[in-house]
Design a binder for this molecule. Sequence first.
Ligand SMILES: Cc1cc2nc3c(=O)[nH]c(=O)nc-3n(C[C@H](O)[C@H](O)[C@H](O)COP(=O)(O)OP(=O)(O)OC[C@H]3O[C@@H](n4cnc5c(N)ncnc54)[C@H](O)[C@@H]3O)c2cc1C
Length: 319
Amino acid sequence: MRMADLEHKLKQDFNGELRFHEPMSEHTSLKIGGPVEVMAFPEDPLSLRNILFVANEEKIPLHVFGGGTNLLVSDKGIKGLAISLKAFGSIEAVHSRSSTVQVGSEGESGEQEVTLFVGSGVPLAKLINYAQKNGYAGLEALTGIPGLMGGAIYMNAGSFGTEMMDVIISVAIMSKEGHLIILEKDKLDFSYRKSGLPGDSLILSANICLTKDDPDQIRKRGSEYLTKKKATHPLGELSAGCVFMNPEGNYAGRLIEEAGCKGMKSGDVEVSMIHANYFINKGGASCSDFIHLMKTVTEKVRKHSGVILKPEICIAGEI
Ligand SMILES: Cc1cc2nc3c(=O)[nH]c(=O)nc-3n(C[C@H](O)[C@H](O)[C@H](O)COP(=O)(O)OP(=O)(O)OC[C@H]3O[C@@H](n4cnc5c(N)ncnc54)[C@H](O)[C@@H]3O)c2cc1C
């Protein structure tokens, strides 16, 4: 189908923005990645469903992304349609209850837990800030993790022993056929950096459960975690977070460091001197530089410790 005809079809009953040949490097924290054929920013579930119908009908490959903070995109770009749900940005307290007795509306004494409805486009940092201000505890250890709620759920993002799965009650998804499905936590298969969701489902929102606490105590804990994270992770540089998953009972960063890879380079990508499981774009890095360094590090670690590292970052497009 001609691009102009496709544009016309996609625009029918669609609220939101469409961009064509959009460079993915502008949507990833690594600042790497060629163009995607079409990028869509639907503003409501109906518009999302309508573009999914067109994608299905025309057999257009689908991709969904959030903040692009765990994403490595091919230099050749991505074929098909990339969907951003950043417009799905609401946070709402929907339910508040005591662990012993129901005591009425939110804010009254005796209430211990709150249920929040969080759209998949909410930046995790905004959610953590909202929770802190309102005295809702449970997310402090995730302070400093970039990206959006949908990505955090899909990746089961975690830090200092807390993972997204710890607070999830249910997740609302849209299947690629456009069906809206609510999955309770026991229907999800969360594990280390995995939500168990089908790869082609789009997370629209989640209900999460937090515990009421003193806002100052929450702020204090959050800033302690952030101080620890800043001391041990290169937060101010261009990265996609941890490149490899921690193998059972070990740390990928430690294995990479022990294999002598700290500071190793491929083109403009460097193994961080601060945290060896972070690869840094020093300015003009390409996806092929990054992949080359991943392969070299994997091989060095295998030779040194016998461990075969598995990628944590998501790779999109042909490499
Ligand atoms: C400096 C830095 C520090 C980091 N620290 C941590 C850390 O401590 N712990 C940690 O776990 N991670 C960390 N990360 C990695 C990353 O921030 C998290 O994995 C984050 O939750 C990814 O969210 P995102 O919105 O950026 O997802 P993206 O990178 O955009 O996408 C990641 C994956 O999720 C999928 N996805 C995104 N949105 C949706 C959706 N709405 N529906 C379905 N699938 C979706 C994408 O298809 C892709 O497969 C760090 C990254 C950086 C750059």
